[in-house]
Unconditional design. Structure first.
Length: 317
């Protein structure tokens, strides 16, 4: 199940005016001269707007109100039994490093904290309502974070969390550097995304770096970071230029004025030692040599025309 978490404090004052101050980036109420309560950490981290699973450990400090006697803090969701811890006795008394171990009984977006003297519902009690997304004890929380190295935006990528090939509730969703929270039952899931051209994908965190697989257990908090790096496909190389060519025409002059009967086809001719033929030839620019086989009774002349006397010629395109 997908959850959007946010935290806000609402103070309800009766006779005793106390206030809860939550560290940045949480919204706080105004300070009061009659007392205050500060949340230092939740599960060892500064308070954030992400969903949480499993037992929650709050560490708080503050100052009691103007009433004497012992003070206590209750925490719960307003439905299940609350957890109570003792603070200190006396009015306007500082307290610090108070640890509250709280196990949510069900999935909820609301946690209620009472700092009071006497009774939690008495006329000297102080209620703070904390909008913090928590998972049921049977579920875990997966946060999917999107990072992009390149000009694309995280929201340009559509991400999926699937189980057995099917999107879970809340999937697909747009990428976010803050991260998307999903409350999931125990099992194996696959984090993936729709491909974007020229961006490679990498997985970090609790996901398998190869295929984005993550195993969720009840009470666990998991983070998978999907990073895309711009890797443009190089353009294909230009086609090779057409070969530079010229022509060579081989002409056989055969007078046969002394009773000869041979024809030009009786004289084998070669270009660079490769058997060729008389007539027009298209050749790549370069150096060539032509020669022929002679027949008995025929005396060849030297080569004439563009060839030198040895049959050498340079073809120019």
């Amino acid at each position: 199940m997908k959850k959007t978490a946010f935290i806000k404090t609402i103070s309800v004052f009766s006779v005793l005016a106390l206030v809860l101050i939550v560290g940045v980036p949480l919204i706080t109420s105004e300070a009061s001269s009659n007392g205050e309560l500060v949340i230092d950490t939740i599960n060892g981290n500064s308070p954030s707007e992400h969903c949480l699973a499993g037992p929650l450990t709050f560490v708080v400090h503050g100052i009691t109100g103007s009433q004497g006697g012992p003070y206590s803090i209750d925490i719960g969701d307003g439905l299940a039994p609350t957890t109570t811890v003792s603070v200190v006795s006396g009015k306007d008394t500082p307290f610090s490093n108070v640890v509250i171990n709280y196990i949510p009984a069900r999935e909820s977006n609301t946690t209620l904290l009472y700092l009071y003297h006497g009774g939690a519902t008495g006329n000297d009690s102080h209620l703070t309502e904390l909008f913090l997304c928590v998972a049921a004890p049977t579920d875990g929380v997966l946060t999917v974070v999107k990072n992009v190295v390149g000009d694309a935006l995280p929201s340009d990528f559509d991400l999926h969390v699937k189980q057995d090939g099917t999107d879970v509730d809340g999937s697909p969703f747009s990428g976010s550097t803050f991260g998307e929270d999903l409350i999931l039952g125990p099992g194996t899931y696959v984090v993936s995304e729709d491909p974007v051209s020229s961006y490679d994908i990498s997985f970090f965190g609790d996901c398998s770096t190869q295929d984005g697989i993550v195993t969720i257990e009840a009470g666990g908090n998991y983070t998978c970071t999907v990073t895309n790096t711009f890797n443009p496909v190089p353009p294909p190389p230009p086609p090779p230029p057409p070969p530079s060519t010229g022509t060579l025409t081989l002409v056989k002059v055969l007078p046969n004025n002394n009773g000869g009967t041979a024809t030009e086809g009786d004289f084998a001719v070669y270009i660079n030692q490769v058997l060729s033929s008389w007539g027009l030839h298209e050749l790549t620019a370069g150096l060539y040599n032509v020669f022929e086989n002679t027949l008995p009774g025929y005396t060849p002349s030297v080569w004439e025309g563009a060839c030198n006397v040895d049959g050498d010629i340079t073809i120019v395109a």
